[in-house]
Design a protein around this ligand. Structure first.
Ligand code: SAH
Length: 234
């Protein structure tokens, strides 16, 4: 149970690309494109001003900084040290007051249980060996009455075609090998993990990419990218 819930091969992929985190046209372009859309969705669920937020798997801080800019007090955690270095440097330049730590969600859940008003875990579950454990750690980290927001990629033939073949091989939006189809998670699987961890599962919303406008938008279609809002009962 205490073995680390981390895949070193996955972390290396992110470390190797760490210098590209803030290049809007680089390896993480889809995250830059997703960011405004998911920020709107997040603020529908939780007012960010004054909110104490934990961002699990924060990478270079694209989401962490955006939440901080809207008035949240943000701690970002990740296990890819190089990404955290980039995140800290970028915060120095931008003036964002985000704190970053290299610690796993599992360890932080032991150190600071029930401390956060909001826990975000976005585009990260599809990179860990045991997503149910990450979900459980998020549930332990949020305070009673607080919110946990997840996003990940669904697992079905359409998501394989669009998120792997389309995004990595046809459109070249992401480096080849970014995503392992077998690790994609169905909304029902995510919801099962959340409920097993004592969370109430609420809103499920899709995000659709339009290759012509090169924009994401919120959508009823959850076949590929989707967001799930959960609440820890008071
Ligand atoms: N959440 C950010 C970055 C998503 S990329 C965003 O949406 O903009 C996925 C991130 O998860 C990478 O930064 C990677 O280093 C991190 N990650 C992968 N496995 C992890 C683990 N076990 N613990 C913490 N972070 C992890």
């Amino acid at each position: 149970m205490n073995d680390p819930n981390v895949d070193p091969v996955e972390l290396k992929k992110f470390s190797d690309l760490a210098h590209r985190w803030w290049d809007p046209n680089g390896a993480f372009r889809p995250l830059h494109q997703l960011n405004p859309v998911r920020m709107d969705w997040i603020e529908r669920h939780v007012p960010l001003a004054g909110c104490c937020v934990l961002d699990v798997g924060c990478g270079g801080g694209i989401l962490s900084e955006a939440m901080s800019a809207r008035g949240a007090k943000v701690l970002g955690i990740d296990l890819a040290g190089k990404s955290l270095q980039v995140a800290r440097l970028h915060a120095l330049e931008s003036g964002a007051e985000v704190e970053y730590r290299a610690i796993s969600a599992e360890e932080l859940a032991q150190e600071q249980p029930a401390q956060f008003d909001l826990v975000t875990c976005m585009e990260m579950l599809e990179h860990v060996p045991d997503p149910a454990r990450t979900i459980e750690s998020c549930a332990r980290l949020v305070r009673p009455g607080g919110t946990v927001l997840f996003s990940t990629i669904n697992r079905n033939p359409k998501s394989f075609l669009l998120a792997v073949v389309g995004a990595e091989y046809v459109l070249g939006l992401l480096p080849r090998g970014t995503h392992d189809y077998a690790r994609f998670l169905r909304p029902s699987e995510l919801a099962r993990g959340a409920r097993a961890s004592g969370l109430e599962v609420g809103d499920l919303t899709g995000m659709r990419y339009n290759p012509l406008t090169q924009r994401f938008s919120l959508h009823r279609d959850t076949d590929v990218n989707y967001l799930v809002a959960c609440r820890r009962p008071s």
